[in-house]
Design a protein around this ligand. Sequence first.
Ligand code: ATP
Length: 439
Amino acid sequence: MSAFDESLFPFYEFAVQRAGVGIHAVNSEGRTIIYNDKMKDIEGLDLDDIRDLSILELFNFRQQPSTLMEVLQSGQEQLNIKQTYWNQNETEITTINNTYPIVNNGVLIGAVELSHDVTALEKFVLQPLTKDREPVLLNNIVAESESMKKIIATAKKAVRAKLPVLLVGEAGTGKDLVAQGIHHEVPVVDSSFYTLYCNRSDNQSIDRLATELKTDAPFTLFCERIDFLSIELQRKLLRILESSDLHKRQFIASIGEDPVELIASGSLLKELYYFFASFTIRFPPLRERKEDILPFVKRYLARRKESLGTALSNVADEVQELFLSYTWPGNIRELEMLLNEVASLSSAEITITFEMLPQHFRSKIAVMDEGAVPLPSFIMPSEKDLLPLDKFLREAESYYLQKALTIHDGNITRTANALSMSRQNLQYRLRKNKKGEEA
Ligand SMILES: Nc1ncnc2c1ncn2[C@@H]1O[C@H](COP(=O)(O)OP(=O)(O)OP(=O)(O)O)[C@@H](O)[C@H]1O
C-alpha cells in the first residue's frame, strides 16, 4: 500500500472521525491539524474553535501539563497518562492518554494524542469502591474545619425546619454528600432520595419529575446544579415544584457559583433561587479549609483497608506537606481520585511516599514550586474572568519561556535553540516580560 495513495484519504478521514478514541494531532509548531468527533465530545471543543490557536494558547486548557507539548519537546512518547479536568461544558472528564511523536524521514513533524474517555468507568466502577456502603449521615461527613462544622450544623437546622435548601460551592466540595446526609438525618419510612441531574436541554427528566411529584410518595429531591439548566427549563422546574406539596418533601438544589453573580449573568432564574434559598449553605473550596485534608485522607485509607484490604495506612510527612500546600482546584473529589489512583497501584506499601504520587500530580506541584504564576485558563468559566487577549498571550508567553528555561537549567543558548529562536530574541522577550510584570 503506497503511503501517498490519495484515494485512501477519505477512508482515513472516515476512520479518524468515527474512531471510539479521541484523536488530537498537532504539527511541529503546535497547530492543531486533526481533532476528531470523539475528542470534541470529550473536551467540548470544536476544530473551528482551536484551529487557529497555537499550542501556547491551548496548553493550559486542561490546567495540567500538556502531554502533546511535552512530546513535541522531548520527542518521547508518553503512555497511560491519566488526566481529570473540567471541560468547556463544565463536565468532569477523566481520560487515559497515549501521546506519540510523529517522525518522518528522521524529522519530528508533530505529535498525536489518543484519548480514552474513562469517565463512566471511574464514576460507576471505581468511585463506588470508595463510597460509603451505608447511608450517608451528616455526623459521618469529614468536618474538622470550623466552616465544615458550621455547614453540618446548618444542614441539621434545615432538616428540622423542613424547608428547601440551597447548596452553593465549587464542584467536588461535598454538596451531594450533604444533600444525602440531610435526607438520612430523619429517616422517613419508604422515603427515597432522587437526584435530578440538570442538563441544559434535558426536557425529559423534568417531565418525568412532574409525573413523580404527582404521586403521594415521600421523598427528598436533590436538583444538582440547577445553574446548568436553561432559563426556560428553570422556569418549568419552578412551576412543577411550586405545585407540589412542600410539607411532604424535602427539596434541595445546588449551584456552582455565587447566586447573585449567576442571577446577574442570566444563568439563574431569580424566582427559582428564592424558592430554594430559605436555607443557603455555602461550601468553601478545600484550599480555604485545609484542616479537612488530612482527616479525609486518614478516613479514606481506613475505609479502603476495611473494604479492599489494602495495606496503606499512613502518609509520609513530605506528602502531607504537599497535600496541605496544593490548591486542590477539584476540591475533595480531586483528592479522592488521587488517592484512588495511588491506592490502586500500591501493593504491600504501608505509607504513601512522594515516589508513589502519579506523574501528573508531581508536575502540578513542580509548577507551584517554581513560583510560576498559573496561566489564566484558556476556557473561562464566566465572562467576568476573561482577560484581554494581549494580556493572556503575554502571560502565556512568560509562563512558557520560564518553563523552557527550567527544562534547560536556565541556559539561554540551549533554551533559544529548543525554541527555534535567536539568543538575542529570547533575551529581549525575557526582558520585555519582566518589565511587563514590574509595570
Ligand atoms: N467532607 C467530606 N467528607 C467525606 N467525603 C467527602 C467530603 N466532601 C466531599 N467528599 C467526597 O468527595 C466527592 C465529591 O463530593 P460531592 O459529589 O458531594 O461534591 P459536589 O460538591 O456535589 O460536586 P458537584 O458540584 O461536581 O456535583 C464524593 O465522593 C464525596 O463522597
